[in-house]
Design a protein around this ligand. Structure first.
Ligand SMILES: [Fe+2]
Length: 402
C-alpha cells in the first residue's frame, strides 16, 4: 500500500482521496505515474482487493480505480462490497480492464461501476476521465455540505421555534398561577411529576416532553374565573364552587381544535384533570379508562402538589401526609396504575418537591403520628368520608380549586 499527494488542490478544497487497486505492480506503477500529474489529489494504491476494502472501511475514498481480474476478489466483487460501505454509495468507481465482454461490463455496471477504461490505457484519456470524476466528486461533496448546512439551519430554526413556544407556555402558566396567588412553581412541579409518571407508564421520551409542556396549561381556564372566587380564602358557596368548576370547560374551549399534538394533549388534560377514576368527578363524570390517560396522570400530580402547597384557604401538607392521601385515593379518585408509578417514583418526586436530585433512599414513607417514617408500611389515612362514601382530602371540601 502506498500514497502520495500531487501538487496543488483542485478548487482550493481538501485533496481528493483516489485509490487505485491492481494486482499487477507494473500496471499500478504506470497508473500512479499518470495520475501523479493531476493536481488536488492524494493517490493511494493497493495490490490486494482485500487490503483496498479494509482501507476504505477505515476512511472513505473519493474515487476508486480498480482492475477487473484480481485474485481473492475480482473488481466486480470489490465494487459490490465497496457500495455497501457507508460513504461509498456515490463514490465514482472506474474499472480498468482488458476485457471487452459485454456480459462482464453489464455485471460490473449492476455492481456499481460507473465507467470503464481499456487496458492498456491511454494516459491522456486516463487523466481526462479521472479529472472529470474529480469534478463530479467535488460537486457531490459541495452538495452534501450544502444539504448538511441547510439541515443544521432548519434544526436551529426549529429549536428556536420550540424554545419560543415553550417560553410562551410557561409565561402563560405563570400568569394564570399568579392570579391564584402562586409563583409558577406549582405548575412547574406538576409538569415535572406528570412527565415522570408518564415515563413510568411507558410513554416515550417525545411524548413525556409533550406532557411536560402541556401540563402547565391544565388550569388555563382559570383565566375566566373571577378574582372574588379564585382568591377567596374561605369555603366556597355552592354557586361559587359551580363557577370555579367552569375553569375546566373554559380551558377546553381555549385549547381545543389545536393543530399540534401538544395542544391536543393540553386540551385532554385541561378537560379531564378533575374527572375521577370512580366516575364522581367533573365536568363529564367520566369513569376509569374513559378518562384520557394524560388527564389521569396530571390528576395525581396536580392534587399531590396542591396538597403540599400553601393556599389562601389551606395550609401546606407534609410530603408524607400528601403521599398517604394519594395512596388512599387509588382506585377511587385516581387511576391505580398512575398511583403505582407514583409509589415507584417516590424518591424522584421528593427530589422534585425539594428542587434537587433524587435521594438514594428509595424506601416508602408512611405517616405515623404525623411524622416522617421511612420504610414503615403502616399508613394512617388523613381525610374524611363524605356523604358520597368516598375519601376526600380536606382541601377538596374547600372548593376543589386545584
Ligand atoms: Fe383545575
Amino acid at each position: 500500500m502506498s500514497a502520495f499527494v500531487s501538487q496543488g488542490t483542485a478548487g482550493g478544497g481538501q485533496p481528493l482521496r483516489v485509490l487505485v487497486v491492481d494486482d499487477s505492480k507494473a500496471a499500478l506503477a504506470a497508473t500512479l505515474s499518470v495520475l501523479g500529474e493531476l493536481p488536488g489529489m492524494t493517490i493511494e494504491s493497493c495490490v490486494s482487493p482485500i487490503d483496498a476494502y479494509a482501507l476504505c472501511s477505515r476512511t472513505p475514498c473519493d474515487i476508486v480505480l480498480l482492475d477487473y481480474a484480481m485474485p481473492e476478489l475480482d473488481g466486480i466483487g470489490l465494487t459490490r462490497r465497496l457500495r455497501e460501505l457507508p460513504g461509498h454509495e456515490t463514490v465514482p468507481i472506474v474499472m480498468i480492464t482488458s476485457s471487452t465482454s459485454s456480459d462482464i461490463r453489464l455485471e460490473a455496471i449492476k455492481a456499481g461501476v460507473n465507467d470503464f477504461l481499456n487496458k492498456p490505457f491511454d494516459p491522456v484519456e486516463l487523466q481526462a476521465r479521472v479529472s472529470n470524476f474529480a469534478s463530479l466528486r467535488r460537486a457531490q461533496l459541495e452538495l452534501a455540505s450544502h444539504a448538511l448546512h441547510l439541515e443544521q439551519a432548519v434544526e436551529l430554526a426549529t429549536a428556536e421555534i420550540v424554545a419560543r413556544e415553550e417560553e410562551i407556555i410557561w409565561r402563560l402558566a405563570r400568569a394564570i398561577e399568579t392570579r391564584d396567588g402562586g409563583t409558577g412553581q406549582h405548575v412547574s412541579r406538576v409538569a415535572s411529576i406528570a412527565s415522570l409518571l408518564a415515563a413510568g407508564l411507558g410513554y416515550d421520551e417525545a411524548h413525556c416532553r409533550m406532557i411536560y409542556l402541556a401540563t402547565p396549561l391544565h388550569d388555563v381556564g382559570k383565566i375566566g374565573i373571577s378574582d372574588k372566587v379564585l382568591c377567596k380564602p374561605g369555603r366556597l358557596t355552592p354557586e361559587e364552587m359551580a363557577h370555579m368548576r367552569q375553569h375546566v370547560e373554559i380551558g377546553v374551549r381555549l385549547l381545543e381544535d389545536g393543530t399540534s399534538e401538544l395542544l391536543r394533549i393540553a386540551a385532554a388534560i385541561a378537560g379531564g384533570h378533575h374527572e375521577r377514576w370512580d366516575g364522581t368527578g367533573y365536568p363529564a363524570g367520566l369513569k376509569g379508562q374513559d378518562i384520557p390517560l394524560v388527564a389521569r396522570i396530571v390528576a395525581v400530580a396536580d392534587v399531590f402538589d396542591a396538597l403540599c402547597s400553601e393556599r389562601p384557604y389551606k395550609a401546606a401538607w407534609s410530603l408524607p401526609k400528601a403521599y398517604a392521601e394519594i395512596i388512599a385515593c387509588s382506585g377511587t379518585q385516581f387511576d391505580p396504575d398512575c398511583v403505582a408509578v407514583f409509589r415507584q417514583r417516590w424518591p424522584e418526586i421528593v427530589a422534585i418537591m425539594h428542587g434537587k436530585e433524587a435521594a438514594d433512599d428509595r424506601s416508602e414513607p408512611s405517616v405515623v403520628e404525623g411524622g416522617w417514617v421511612h420504610g414503615a408500611r403502616t399508613l394512617r389515612i388523613v381525610g374524611e368520608r363524605r356523604q358520597t362514601g368516598r375519601w376526600s382530602p380536606a382541601f377538596m371540601d374547600q372548593g376543589e380549586r386545584n
